[in-house]
Design a protein around this ligand. Structure first.
Ligand SMILES: Nc1ncnc2c1ncn2[C@@H]1O[C@H](COP(=O)(O)OP(=O)(O)OP(=O)(O)O)[C@@H](O)[C@H]1O
Ligand SMILES: [Mg+2]
Length: 350
């Protein structure tokens, strides 16, 4: 899987940018503020969710531009487009092969995973970031996971509205919404378990390499069967009403990561070890997805190369080159990419 052509119109600082790329490495270099991360963010919009900065859509439209933007990518198998329209800057419009489509449909065509400097704190900060990371990895393996997540969240928003209503709502309304949450929630938990088991199988097979090997697990709540989940939601109604939101369900799951070699929790590992574990997860994930779906996720690695020591950098390049696929990487300087520049697509942003 590769993006062969990318065009941005009025996206952040790019009024118009056309990139013709090949499979393999795509290098984006240029000074601070040139718009390298913006290009990766634009690509990240071609997947369900809010993209790699989690910014509102209106912030992506170029300041001083017409107020809307578009991102278009030609892949080997499909043409994908996302953007906003004049007058509705907060609505994500999606086109797949020229026809209007839902955002969750994007994961059927494109599997994307990214690592950004902001994710350096993924293991240390709250569960929501880890859950989003887990879900993104899961979309790539089980594309229907994106639609299940959307439907689950829709039902939960309705339930939260009931919880916050002035007068206690009819229990049958809760029953109906919880039934939807249980249906989609069970699918969500099943897909995440599948992801973790595929990844764990990969990670334990691998020889001890330059990237610290992580052990992954989901918290206990994600083992719940549909009946148990339904009962837990029903039992939680009074507490949920007091809190004003739904307190149980797969929207609360956490991903636990342990440094296998040391038996230490990821959040207590060194900064470098944490980064190495993230890379190990992403690399193992690409292999797992390639095996299961016969397509290799596109990787977006923002400022990763410059932060690795030369030996690990080389190991990363060797591994990515050996397995194929497409990897977009950014850096302020071309030097760390010297070993791969000859074969890479290199875009210098001014
Ligand atoms: N909506 C927008 N319209 C116009 N310009 C924007 C918009 N949003 C952000 N920018 C500009 O984009 C630039 C940042 O781009 P980006 O983060 O992609 O840079 P970068 O090349 O990754 O830099 P660094 O090397 O520092 O990471 C900033 O100068 C910022 O002001
Ligand atoms: Mg950047």
């Amino acid at each position: 899987m590769a993006i062969t052509r990318l065009s941005l119109t009025d996206f952040r600082n790019h009024s118009r940018l056309e990139i013709a790329a090949r499979a393999g490495f795509v290098l984006l270099t240029g000074p601070n503020g040139a718009g390298k991360t913006n290009v990766l963010e634009a690509i990240s919009m071609l997947s369900p969710g809010r993209g790699l900065r989690r910014a509102p859509l209106s912030a992506m439209a170029r300041e001083g531009g017409p107020g809307n933007f578009s991102v278009f990518a030609a892949l080997d198998q499909a043409d994908l487009g996302v953007g906003t329209e004049p007058g509705s800057p907060d609505r994500k419009k999606v086109r797949i092969n020229g026809a209007g489509a839902s955002a969750s449909g994007l994961s059927e065509w494109l599997a994307l995973v990214w690592l950004t400097p902001a994710m350096d704190r993924l293991f240390v900060e709250g569960a929501s970031g880890r859950r989003r990371f887990l879900d993104r990895l899961t979309y790539a393996l089980v594309p229907e996971h994106a639609a299940a997540t959307t439907r689950y969240e829709r039902a939960m928003r309705e339930r939260n509205r009931l919880l916050n209503a002035d007068r206690p709502a009819d229990p049958s309304w809760f029953d109906a919404l919880e039934a939807q949450m249980v249906e989609h929630g069970a699918a969500i938990m099943q897909a995440r378990r599948e992801l973790v088991s595929h990844l764990s199988a990969r990670l334990t097979q691998e020889p001890e390499g330059p990237f610290a090997r992580p052990l992954l697990s989901l918290d206990k709540s994600s083992d719940a069967d549909p009946e148990a989940l339904a009962a837990a939601m029903r039992a939680s109604r009074p507490a949920d009403r007091a809190a004003g939101r739904s307190l149980v369900g797969p929207h609360r799951t956490d991903l636990t990561v342990i440094h296998a070699g040391k038996g230490v929790a990821a959040e207590r590992s060194s900064t470098g070890e944490q980064k190495a574990m993230l890379l190990a997860i992403v690399l193992a994930h690409a292999d797992a997805v390639a095996e299961a779906r016969d397509m290799r996720p596109i990787l977006l690695l923002d400022e990763v190369a410059a932060h690795l020591d030369p030996a690990r950098r080389e190991a990363l390049y060797d591994r990515l080159a050996a397995r194929g696929g497409q990897t977009w990487m950014t850096g302020t300087e071309p030097a760390p990419f010297a070993a791969i520049r000859e074969t890479a697509t290199h875009i210098e942003l001014a």
